[in-house]
Design a protein around this ligand. Structure first.
Ligand code: HEM
Length: 383
């Protein structure tokens, strides 16, 4: 997420070739299975109590756990403390800083205490990172570490003298932090919106569950390789991301040269925001039913996630396109497949689907404003 230039280009290459290539994302399949088994077991517990529960929060915990295990392994002692700090950091991303609007008044951020809070959080995070890194280095040196975690890849690169921009401890910490900020809430947001839309649209829910349960032909142990058989699930994910792109305004751009767009002069240095949310609901591209949830609209079409279709940009576009597409999509597909295959879903105590709140929070990401409260009914036995 650093500004465009040599360092960004190098780190981007590291993301593509080393950190998030498809081989490595595949190697995290066992972690995805563990975290989803834990999630489904927790849901089965709640289901037996027959009381409504907060699915949004449970899915968020699952994606947090997934990323923390992929980054640091399953025995990270600082897990809870680290996740609390990530949450705190995320809350600052959308908080209002006077200096962002009026740089000459930045002293006000000191007076309001914001600067102090940011520095305190940074120091706490830094201390935890130091502890995690040194524990991992000890384990790697003692050859007790079997997995190739994200932190291992970065620590190996730290000693690579051939890199034009040396990877320092600070870059290791920054990349890990960035992966948490970019990769946890985005994936959980897609899952909670897909579940909300499916509950609100019972025909689509029935279709996706029927397809999955028939394709499994009596097998009850859902594996990642089964997901290839679920073609309607793929359409459901696309349609969810059209209506609810988790990063609705993408990452801000800066205009490099003054130019004219549709008669408007855009000066060099202007901040440019791309409204992926509005593009995904524009009737000009999606027809008069643009606001309706209809996964079939993607059937047989060529619209994909790579940013080539400007009316559908859930992972962004151009050179800033999300480097975590494979990681993010696997998390969403596996998570949703487990929820939909094992359970049937309804709203708490006679609540009508028309009354399900479908508003989002307007921030860097756009999760549901109110948590998704549901009842689950186990259908397929858990492994
Ligand atoms: C479903 C899940 C995800 C969605 C919807 C998503 C979406 C996005 C979007 C819209 C952008 C901005 C692209 C632009 O402005 O053109 C972005 C950037 C980014 N994403 Fe993702 N993302 C997801 C998962 C992940 C994951 C799992 C990771 C890492 C493990 C990740 C890492 C990043 C990074 C590092 C950037 C900044 C890239 C740059 O500035 O060069 N994302 N993502």
């Amino acid at each position: 997420m650093s500004p465009y230039g040599g360092y960004w280009k190098q780190m981007r290459k590291i993301y593509a070739m080393e950190l998030l290539n498809s081989r490595r994302v595949k190697s995290f399949a066992a972690i995805r299975e563990v975290v989803n088994r834990k999630l489904t077991a927790e849901i089965a517990d709640k289901a037996s109590a027959q009381t409504p529960f907060n699915l949004s929060q449970m899915v968020m915990s699952m994606t947090n756990e997934l990323v923390i295990r992929a980054a640091f392994g399953d025995d990270c002692k600082q897990k809870a403390e680290f996740l609390d700090l990530v949450r705190e950091t995320l809350s600052y991303v959308t908080s209002f800083a006077v200096a962002d609007m009026y740089p000459s008044l930045k002293f006000l951020d000191t007076l309001t205490g914001l600067k102090f809070q940011l520095e305190r959080t940074r120091d706490k995070l830094d201390k935890i990172f130091e502890e995690i890194i040194s524990q991992r280095q000890v384990a790697l040196a003692a050859e007790q570490a079997e997995e190739d975690l994200l932190i291992d890849v970065l620590l190996k690169l730290k000693d690579d003298r051939s890199l034009e921009f040396p990877v320092t401890y600070d870059s290791v910490k920054a990349v890990i932090m960035e992966i948490f900020l970019a990769g946890t809430e985005t994936a959980s947001t897609v899952i909670e919106w897909a579940m909300s839309e499916l509950i609100k649209n019972p025909k689509a829910m029935e279709k996706v569950q029927k397809e999955m349960r028939e394709a499994m032909k009596g097998k009850t142990n859902l594996e990642e390789s089964d997901i290839l058989k679920f073609s309607y699930l793929n359409l459901v994910i696309k349609e969810t991301m059209r209506l609810h792109p988790p990063v609705p305004l993408l990452m801000p751009r800066v205009c490099k040269e003054t130019c004219e767009v549709m008669g408007y002069r855009v000066p060099a240095g202007a901040l440019v925001l791309i409204n992926a949310f509005a593009l995904g609901r524009d009737e000009q591209y999606w027809g008069s039913d643009a606001e309706s949830f209809k996964p079939e609209r993607f059937e047989g079409g060529s619209v994909d996630f790579k940013g080539f279709n400007f009316e559908f940009l859930p992972f962004g576009v151009g050179r800033r396109l999300c480097p975590g597409i494979t990681f993010g999509l696997s998390a969403v597909e596996v998570g949703l497949a487990h929820l939909l295959f094992h359970f049937n879903w309804k709203l708490p105590r006679g609540m009508k689907i028309e009354f399900l709140d479908m508003t989002e929070i307007s921030g860097v990401t756009a999760p549901r404003r109110s948590p998704l409260l549901v009842l689950a009914n186990p259908i397929m036995p858990l492994p």
